[in-house]
Write a protein that binds this ligand. Structure first.
Ligand SMILES: C[S@@+](CC[C@H](N)C(=O)[O-])C[C@H]1O[C@@H](n2cnc3c(N)ncnc32)[C@H](O)[C@@H]1O
Length: 333
């Protein structure tokens, strides 16, 4: 990948992917070799890294920054992609120390070695007496049974902040919403919600929707033979990077303009118009956006390239104008 000709054990990767897809990954430790961890790290974990990068940009647009010098806990770290990306994004001073947790000792060893190589000097531990400043959770929720989930919930309750990034499936989104519901009285919700009211996605009218977004892979992967091979062998559309996420903080959330709408779920396209699901404190409601209102924006919408935080001018249920919303002191993402 990125020029390194990797000789993967494709069949081991394929078996791993099948356990993710059929929901059996939670039943036992599947990290049975270092080569599997290395192949995962160069493939699935890179795709997860791009989702984390998208979440960081979204947080930047939202005007949110973590405090510096935090104790970070990466729960279900696998190869450590979440904390490694956070350090890449916020720099080494963001972390005073890192605690890695995983049921797999082999994964812990892999993540420790990768962190020490990429971010030397940041203390790494397997347990800590002090409560975490930030908990990172990446693609773990769907592997947890009730006991595992309640353990995670207890850890989250001791933290100052948390970022959870999960696959963009309806199952992962519903589990994330359930987690949010149990934590929203303790934390401010930073993203994706612009409020801490109960989640509007759960009503009967929104049964077809789930809260998810789409990150983009770097364009150069489409010129990379290894990535092309990976997509073909695994049967993955490399353009698709759906994710669900949740960011919580005990500090107040950066203010958002009144009536801001988070566009989430699946827009439905019809001849000449689309129905956009928009989330506000009062719920998730579909509004109609006509192609003739803004042809260029409509095209971007069809390609999934619209800012997810928007202000809508409405005439009844028809959107008459869309203004992207960015925190006033944020000029670029
Ligand atoms: C899909 S992998 C994700 C790894 C990494 N966070 C990432 O985003 O690439 C899920 C990880 O959760 C770990 N895991 C599953 N159940 C766990 C539990 N009950 N406690 C701790 N870790 C667990 C697995 O061993 C695995 O490393």
């Amino acid at each position: 990948m990125y020029g390194t000709q990797m000789d993967f054990d494709w069949s081991a990767l394929d078996t791993l992917r099948k356990t993710y897809l059929n929901g059996t990954a939670g039943t036992a430790d599947y990290w049975n070799s270092d080569t599997l961890l290395a192949a995962y790290d160069a493939t699935f974990a890179r795709r997860i890294a791009w989702k984390w990068q998208w979440v960081f940009s979204e947080l930047h647009r939202r005007g949110w920054q973590p405090p510096s010098s935090l104790e970070i806990l990466d729960f279900g770290c696998g190869t450590g992609v979440a904390v490694r990306e956070a350090l890449n994004h916020w720099g080494p001073t963001f972390a005073s120390g890192i605690t890695l947790k995983d049921r797999s000792v082999r994964a812990l060893r892999f993540a420790e070695a990768a962190l020490a190589r990429e971010h030397p000097g940041v203390p790494i531990r397997r347990s800590s007496d002090s409560p975490p400043g930030m908990v990172l959770v990446s693609h773990v929720l769907t592997e947890l049974d009730a006991i595992g989930e309640s353990h995670l919930l207890n850890i989250l309750r001791t933290a100052q902040s948390a970022i959870i990034v999960e696959p963009g499936t309806s199952d992962a989104s519903r589990r994330l919403i359930a987690l949010r519901d149990q934590l929203r009285s303790d934390f401010n919700v930073i993203a994706p919600c612009t409020h801490r009211a109960s989640c509007g996605m759960l009503t009967k009218a929104n049964e077809r929707h789930w809260c998810h977004f789409h990150a983009s892979p770097p364009p150069e992967i489409f010129q990379d033979g290894d990535w092309m091979m990976f997509g073909k062998v695994m049967g993955i559309d490399l353009r698709a990077l759906p994710l669900s996420f949740l960011v919580l903080d005990r500090r107040p959330a950066p203010p958002v303009p009144r009536d801001v709408v988070r566009v989430t779920g699946n827009p439905r396209f019809y001849k000449g118009y689309a129905l956009l699901p928009g989330c506000t404190e009062s719920g998730v409601h579909e509004r109609r956006f006509s192609r003739r209102t803004d042809t260029r924006l409509f095209r971007d919408l069809e390609k999934g390239r619209v800012p997810s935080l928007q202000h809508w001018s409405l005439d009844g249920t028809e959107i008459t104008a869309v203004t992207p919303v960015t925190n006033p002191d944020v000029t670029s993402a």
